[in-house]
Ligand binder design. Sequence first.
Ligand code: PNS
Length: 166
Amino acid sequence: MKAVYPGSFDPVTNGHTDIIERAAAVFDEVIVAVAPNVGKEPMFTVDERVGMLKDVCAPLKNVTVEAFEGLLVSYVSNRGAGVIIKGLRAISDFEFEFEMALMNRKLAPSIDTVFMMTGVEHSYLSSSIVKEVAKLGGSVGGLVPPLVEDHLQRRLREGARRNKQW
Ligand code: PNS
């Protein structure tokens, strides 16, 4: 069975990669689908986010990465997938995810949402908190893949030169 793991991934964290690995072990094929529209200005363009994810997922042969726009269920159905994967870190994630899952079911009853739990060591991780720590000069080693850490440092240096805030 083919599954889609959607998200903003701005940038991908070790919590995301944990879910991708778990999903790849359960499903025949996993498409990591990068959404362009995050609430505020993203730190990385969609192409940059897709590029980082492709590098990180390269060892997983049944995982592909692409960008998507519009309604998630339309994209999932166009890709011939039957499952949406969502990662859950804590009970606080559940209410919003539950709402989205039920809306997606209302829109496309044949597509199911499967929730996977991240490893407890990643339960406090989010892209936003990683960006905040990095911006304030803290170490994000062990929180994101090493190549993402390099991208983050580079982007923050560029931002400092252009007085840019994320
Ligand atoms: O990583 P995020 O920001 O939590 O991902 C949220 C995402 C992209 C999965 C969600 O916003 C989404 O599904 N967007 C696509 C638009 C859509 O279908 N909206 C209706 C969902 S109920």
